[in-house]
Structures are given as structure tokens and as C-alpha cells.
Design a protein around this ligand. Structure first.
Ligand code: TXA
Ligand code: MG
Length: 359
């Protein structure tokens, strides 16, 4: 299949003509990748089981891993769900449109092919103007997982999508690099106490301010013990993973004062040097502040330590770059786990397969 690439020049002034061909592909059951504020999504009609099958095939994704249905306005939620619990209403009001996905009991309209056989459905209303307009023009809810091959880091540019999806889908809409860079926060509002199933840019602190009590699925916090199933089926897969062995160096206690950061940098440098001396290609994930501390290895700054937003924004691009550079080992600094740091550390720890050296 030939994949068409449509470039949107001015994202703040999108003309419907620029998106009408893509909307038609979606209505007719085809697949279109498009930017959202979090990562690029691989869209298909969420009410069409055959479209869902095509999404799983294009990604090489196990089909028990459910898809998120994307909507363009609040009115489009009701037909997809059995009820909207109070917590859901409050979160919609506070954070939609935006990087928040909520799990609701599903209505009969949503096929099991989209929800991986579950009686719940994940719904998100993206804030990105291209995503929002495209969904509205398609006139149907759009199932959209991240537009990467299953197991690879999520795409944050149209080039990343092209690398994984060229020849496998009808169309890619190129709206430039995304803003946030990590996937949406997922909150299950179908349970009595709302639970975070995946951390993202709507942080625990922000959720607590609106809801008071929020729990966190244990699968987010560390490697899964046998027999424990994460509530978001996707969190059980080795995910976000670069091809090389990634090791995360983490200070004990994670206060990240000056001393701890220095010790962490020293350990990353030592570990990298050991592997360099053995002739391996070694990648180092550091920050703007520490980049000059590493004399050996392929050194890439992931952003500024004082700006969590910059780190989230660059995270997947750096992992993909190390794939392209064919490094054997990657050593990475770690980050505080407050605010957006929880999402950053969740993705980095999973990318490392929880291979963590504590200093
Ligand atoms: O930011 C995002 O959410 C991006 C953009 C494209 O919107 N999408 C995304 O989709 O990250 P995906 O498919 O890569 O991740 C969806 C996650 C998976 O971990 C899946 O298991 C979980 O959501 N999920 C979907 N439906 C669910 C449900 N009914 N119950 C629990 N978890 C669900
Ligand atoms: Mg994904």
C-alpha cells in the first residue's frame, strides 16, 4: 500500500480541505496517523471492528490490548458509555480537551474488537487542533493507539511514524513535532475510587486537586510480581523499549540534591567507560546541565533537569536516535518522580526493563 503524507503548514489555521481526504479514509474504514498533543496516533473508526483489526495488524499489537476512542467534543462521549460517574464529570470539566484518558463502562455501541474484549472503554478528547478537527470531520469516534510498531518507542514526529508505518497505512498527517511527548494519563473512573493506570501530563498532584482521593495502580510503580495484572492491559507488555540494553542510574531516596546528582553522573560515566573500553557502542542519556561531564560514548541530552517538560518532550526521540545509531548499551540519568517526573520515570524504568543501578 502506498502511504500518502499530508503536511499541515499552519496548525493554528487549519482549513477543512486539508483534512477532508483523511476524514474520508477514516469513514471508509482505512487508517490515518495524526498528531495529538501527546504522541502521534494511528487512527481508525472506533465503531468498526474491521478497522480495529487493521490497527492491530499495522502495529503488530496483541489484540487483547484495548484501544482508546478519541472524540472531538463532550457530546460525543455519551453514546460510547453506559454512565458517566461523578469523578468522570469533574475530570472532563477540568482537563478536557487535553492529555487525559478515562475508563468508563462501555455502551453496546462500542465493539469488543476495540476494547480487547473488555466491558469498559477508554475515551480521550485531544486538544491538538489537527486531531480535534480530523475527528470532528470524520464524524465517528477514532480509535488511536500510539502510531509505533508495537514495542518501539512512541512516535513524537511524523518521521518516526513514517519509519514504522510507511506502506502499512493509507495516510500520515504531518503536523510537526508534538508538544508533550509522553502518552496521556489514564484514569479509571469506573471503580469506586478513581485509579491512575498510566501517569502522564495530567499529574497526580493535578488529579488530587480535583478529586481528593486517587489511587495508583501498583503496576506503574515497579516490576510486576507474578500473578499481579495491571488494569491497563498495555502496561504488561515490554514497552517503549529501545533495541539496546538500557540501564537507569538512580540515587537512593531520590532527593536529587546537588551531591546525589553528582554521584549519579559519576556512576553513569564509569559504567559507560567500562563498556566503551570493551569496544561496545555506548549511548549516554544526560541533561543539558551534565552533558559536558561525559568524555566517552555517544552523549545525548534529553533536556534540562530544571524543565521536566523538556525531558518528556525529547524522551522518545532520544531512544529512537539510539536505535538508529545501533548502540549496544545505554546508560541514563534519572529524574525526580514528582509532577511530570512520574510519567518520565515510568517510561524510562519500563524502557530499562527495571534494570536500575542505585547509588
Ligand atoms: O496519549 C495517548 O493516549 C495516545 C494518543 C495517540 O492519544 N494513545 C495511546 O494509546 O497511548 P495506546 O494504545 O498506545 O495506549 C493505550 C493504553 C494501553 O495501555 C491500554 O491497555 C490502555 O490504554 N487501555 C485502553 N482501553 C482500556 C480499558 N478499557 N481498560 C484499561 N486500560 C485500557
Ligand atoms: Mg502505545
Amino acid at each position: 500500500m502506498e502511504t500518502k503524507r499530508i503536511i499541515i503548514k499552519d496548525r493554528e489555521n487549519i482549513k477543512d480541505e486539508e483534512l477532508s481526504a483523511a476524514a474520508q479514509v477514516l469513514r471508509e474504514g482505512g487508517l490515518v496517523a495524526f498528531p495529538t498533543e501527546t504522541v502521534y496516533g494511528l487512527g481508525g473508526n472506533a465503531l468498526d471492528e474491521d478497522a480495529a483489526k487493521k490497527i492491530y495488524a499495522a502495529k503488530g499489537r496483541p489484540c487483547d490490548n484495548p484501544l482508546i476512542a478519541h472524540i472531538s467534543c463532550a457530546e460525543e462521549l455519551e453514546p460510547l458509555v453506559k454512565e458517566i460517574p461523578e469523578a468522570g464529570r469533574r475530570l472532563m470539566e477540568a482537563f478536557w480537551p487535553g492529555p487525559l484518558t478515562m475508563i468508563f463502562p462501555k455502551s453496546s455501541k462500542v465493539p469488543y474488537g476495540t476494547t480487547g474484549g473488555l466491558d469498559t472503554v477508554a475515551v480521550r478528547m485531544p486538544d491538538d487542533p489537527i486531531a480535534n478537527r480530523l475527528i470532528a470531520l470524520a464524524g465517528v469516534p477514532i480509535a488511536a493507539p500510539s502510531a509505533n510498531t508495537s514495542g518501539r518507542p512512541s512516535p513524537t514526529t511524523a518521521d518516526h511514524v513514517w519509519q514504522d508505518m510507511n506502506g502499512r497505512i493509507e495516510m500520515i498527517i504531518d503536523g510537526g513535532p508534538v508538544g508533550i511527548g509522553v502518552e496521556s494519563t489514564i484514569v479509571d473512573v469506573s471503580s469506586p475510587v478513581p485509579a491512575v493506570l498510566r501517569p502522564g501530563a495530567i499529574t497526580m498532584e493535578m488529579l488530587r486537586e480535583v478529586l481528593g482521593e486517587v489511587t495508583i495502580d501498583p503496576a506503574i510503580l515497579g516490576p510486576m510480581s507474578p500473578g499481579v495484572r495491571p488494569k491497563a492491559p498495555g502496561m504488561k507488555y515490554k514497552h517503549y523499549a529501545p533495541k539496546a540494553d538500557l540501564t537507569l542510574v538512580e540515587p537512593e531516596g531520590m532527593a536529587m540534591d546537588q551531591d546525589q546528582v553528582m554521584r549519579m553522573v559519576e556512576t553513569v560515566r564509569k559504567l559507560a567507560e567500562e563498556k566503551c573500553s570493551l569496544g561496545f557502542r555506548v549511548g549516554i542519556i544526560c541533561t543539558d546541565e551534565s552533558a559536558s561531564e561525559y568524555p566517552r560514548g555517544l552523549v545525548r541530552s534529553i533536556g534540562a533537569r530544571r524543565s521536566q517538560a523538556s525531558v518528556a518532550h525529547n524522551l522518545y526521540a532520544v531512544l529512537r536516535e539510539f536505535d538508529d545509531l545501533k548502540v549496544d548499551f545505554i546508560f541514563s540519568e534519572s529524574f525526580t518522580e514528582d509532577h511530570l517526573g512520574q510519567a518520565i520515570m515510568n517510561r524510562l524504568s519500563k524502557a530499562a526493563g527495571y534494570r536500575i543501578v542505585r547509588v
